[in-house]
Design a protein around this ligand. Structure first.
Ligand SMILES: Nc1nc2c(ncn2[C@@H]2O[C@H](COP(=O)(O)OP(=O)(O)OP(=O)(O)O)[C@@H](O)[C@H]2O)c(=O)[nH]1
Ligand SMILES: [Mg+2]
Length: 468
């Protein structure tokens, strides 16, 4: 059947991940979804037939390709009529056995019956286009599906349930209120604004600016929770970098030996650090390379240092600092660093003051023993705290913004409101202040998707997986 690629197509996609599972779900959305189900689905017995036509009731039956007599699978099906469905259209879900072959045949059968395979994110795009959710909420769906930690998931859920949208709408309303007052004044330029009124209007802009600043500040932490952090362990050979990676991860991930130069290549492992998905990277000992392989290893180390969110510099606390340690210190002192003074089970040969003198504040230094596990938890807490800046480790969990697109637009809005506030305070004419206000409103509209172009939507929904 020739299927048109219009928005009103009925689309089909597996909603569960590819691969074998107990159950898989295939979803249909569009005006013909219930009819296509009827073509392919034989309810077992009268009671199931009645159930199928009752919205949101699961019915059991055999699923067959159009014109075939042998079923593909025994499934459960449910019809969720629009507009009170996920997409706002008629939605059908078929719960089949979780074999990739069964799923593929069911999708193919529905396409033969007249559906079209959905693009990634197309169901959520329809939910947005049908006004079920705004764009920020649609993006939260994608973030929730892809969240790597519980904290990232909770943050996405708050955005999905509209918390971010509410905050933004509130600032939007405040700015619209301000704009209405200014527009009214423009019509009657001869009327003086009373000082008290003037102050109230300026306060409105101050409030809007502060609210946007708040969201932006939280956003930095939000990103950390969503995207995770890359933590690179560096140090000269044999100080215990690989041992420290193993201790933090809780298993023997990297090879450890008493011979300097054991680690040749970078090794990484992801763990959860106070809700942040932290990728720990063990590197080859950092020193002037003695052969070609070591040179390549050191090059990789330097590449990792360049992209790290935080470095853990390991020194061997049982020996005085070596020239190689000092050379590393000089290269990293201006970067975000936690210092692990390792081998604390042995007598100490490094004073804290020595490390401080190199430019590393004492609150960045932890005494640990990778061998015995001493101080490892404290180091993990310190690393998380350094990643989150001065805030408490759980501060990021309350963040509402984590999406780079939202952060960029919020920044634009905050700048525009700041410009408007300054212009207004200096008594610049109303129509010029309005230019800034419109710029701010435009940026907020773009976050919620009240104003958009197809390119933005394509970019947003391309991040989704099929079936969402
Ligand atoms: N006593 C003691 N020995 C340790 C500790 N941590 C590591 N070691 C020992 O130090 C030696 C080197 O450890 P590694 O973890 O391989 O050191 P590395 O920094 O990864 O070394 P390269 O990969 O060669 O750069 C091994 O013999 C470890 O058992 C510690 O906390 N205490
Ligand atoms: Mg090593």
């Amino acid at each position: 059947m020739d299927v048109e690629h219009s928005d009103r197509d009925t689309i089909v996609a597996p909603a569960t991940a590819p691969g074998v599972g107990a159950i898989a779900i295939v979803r249909l959305s569009g005006p013909r979804a219930p009819a296509l189900l009827k073509t392919c689905f034989d309810p077992i017995g009268k009671r199931q037939k009645v159930k199928l036509f009752r919205p949101r009731h699961l019915a059991v039956g055999d699923f067959k390709a159009p014109g075939e007599s042998e079923p593909i699978d025994r499934v459960m099906a449910v019809v969720m009529p629009g507009p009170r469905s996920y997409t706002g259209e008629d939605v059908v879900e078929i719960h089949c056995h979780g074999s990739p072959a069964v799923v593929a045949q069911i999708v193919e059968a529905l396409c033969r019956a007249g559906a079209r395979p959905a693009q990634p994110g197309e169901l959520t795009r329809r939910a947005f286009e049908n006004g079920r959710i705004d764009l920020a909420q649609a993006e939260a769906v994608c973030d929730l599906v892809q969240s790597a930690t519980a904290a990232a998931g909770r943050m996405a859920l708050r955005q999905l349930t509209g918390h971010l949208s509410e905050h933004i709408s509130e600032t939007h309303r405040r700015l619209v209120g301000f704009a209405a007052e200014i527009e009214a004044r423009l019509d009657f330029p001869e009327e003086e604004i009373e000082p008290a009124e003037c102050q109230a209007l300026e306060d409105d802009l101050k409030c809007a600016e502060a609210a946007l600043e708040d969201l932006l500040r939280q956003g930095r932490h939000g990103r950390l929770f969503r995207e995770g952090a890359r933590i690179v362990i560096v140090g000269r050979p044999n100080v215990g970098k690989s041992s420290l990676l193993n201790a933090l991860v809780g298993r023997e991930r990297a090879l450890v030996s008493p011979h300097p130069g054991t680690t040749r290549d970078t090794i990484e492992c992801t763990i959860e650090l106070e809700g942040i998905a932290a990728t720990l990277v063990d590197t080859a000992g950092w020193r002037a390379a003695r052969d070609e392989i070591e040179r390549m290893g050191v090059e990789r180390t330097e590449g990792e240092v360049a992209v790290a969110d935080l470095l853990v510099w390991v020194v061997d606390g049982s020996e005085p600092l070596a020239d190689e340690d000092r050379a590393i210190a000089e290269r990293i002192v201006s970067l975000p660093v936690a210092v692990a003074c390792n081998k604390s089970d042995l007598p100490s040969a490094i004073e804290s003051a020595t490390i401080e003198a190199l430019g590393f504040a004492s609150d960045r230094v932890c005494r640990v023993s990778a061998l015995c596990g001493e101080g490892i938890e404290a180091l993990a807490r310190r690393v998380a705290a350094l990643l989150l800046g001065r805030q408490e480790a759980h501060a990021g969990e309350t963040a509402l913004v984590s999406n780079v697109r939202h952060l960029a637009l919020l920044e634009r809005a905050r700048e525009a409101v700041g410009d408007a506030r300054r212009a207004f305070a200096e008594g610049v004419s109303g129509d010029l202040v309005m230019v800034d206000i419109r710029r701010a409103l435009g940026a907020l509209d773009e976050i919620l998707g009240r104003r958009f172009d197809e390119e933005i939507l394509d970019a947003v929904f391309a991040r989704f997986c099929i079936g969402k």
